[in-house]
Design a protein around this ligand. Structure first.
Ligand code: CDP
Length: 236
């Protein structure tokens, strides 16, 4: 049976990456963080001193940026023009820039084809803002993962501190709110819940609870596809 395409969308710091990574591991699927692709473009533009506000320049430069995903054990490294960019992708400047350049149709078009070529064969858990709505509208299972703003702000703040990146709780919370607003208001592929997405509010849940919830939905889908019982035991 064909392996599934699983889409996870939602606002910043809702826990999408951790959930997607874990879900993929348990299913033996590939995990793709689509945000890392936007960040990779942003990183390269910053390196080249291109003004992210200049749409024409950004769109032209983006076309020739070569992005490569290299699997290292359970980790996916992002290489840009033969240089590993992964360690720099979570820097605040890269985050801010990714939010600006993701509003440009030329950037999204380039990344759309990369995402589709990675996921179209199935066996993938892909997370982002427009996976269930634009990248894979025919995805087998779609989740919309959300949490309240203060909880997301606190999660991101702790995550930054753990990574050794200085963070101020209020500023971090404000920045994710600003980014969400931009993502929701843009004309191309805005962040929104796909009509057929399963909403999970992770506010009161820990990671394991989110994953179990997702696994149950995946099992239901697999069982429906097989026309029989699922195989929960095998997955756990
Ligand atoms: O990890 P976090 O949720 O903070 O962000 P991310 O998923 O790494 O995405 C960084 C930025 O890329 C977002 O703020 C979006 O503007 C953009 N993005 C997008 O437009 N579409 C996607 N599918 C993924 C990310």
């Amino acid at each position: 049976m064909r392996k599934l395409i699983i889409a996870i969308d939602g606002p910043a710091a809702a826990g999408k990456s951790s959930a997607a990574k874990n879900l993929a591991k348990r299913l033996g699927y590939l995990y793709l963080d689509s945000g890392a692709l936007y960040r990779a473009i942003a990183w390269k533009l910053l390196q080249e001193g291109i003004n992210p506000e200049s749409q024409a320049e950004v769109e032209a430069a983006a076309q020739s940026i070569e992005i490569e995903l290299r699997l290292k054990g359970e980790q996916t490294e992002i290489w840009v023009q033969q240089v590993e960019a992964t360690p720099s992708l979570r820097q605040p400047e890269v985050t801010r820039t990714s939010s600006i350049i993701s509003t440009y149709p030329g950037v999204r078009k380039k990344l759309l084809s990369i995402q589709r070529s990675i996921g179209s064969g199935g066996g993938v858990v892909m997370e982002g803002r427009d996976i269930g709505t634009v990248v894979f509208p025919e995805a087998d299972v779609k989740f919309y993962l959300d949490a309240t703003t203060p909880v997301r702000g606190l999660r991101r703040h702790k995550e930054m501190e753990l990574k050794g990146i200085p963070s101020d709780l209020e500023k971090t919370t404000r920045e994710i709110e600003e980014r969400d607003l931009k993502d929701r208001q843009r004309h191309v592929a805005p962040l929104k819940k796909s009509e057929d997405a399963i909403v999970i509010d992770s506010t009161p849940l820990n990671l394991e609870e989110v994953i179990l919830c997702m696994l149950q939905e995946v099992e239901k889908k697999l069982a429906a596809k097989q026309g029989g019982t699922g195989h929960i035991k095998k997955l756990k």
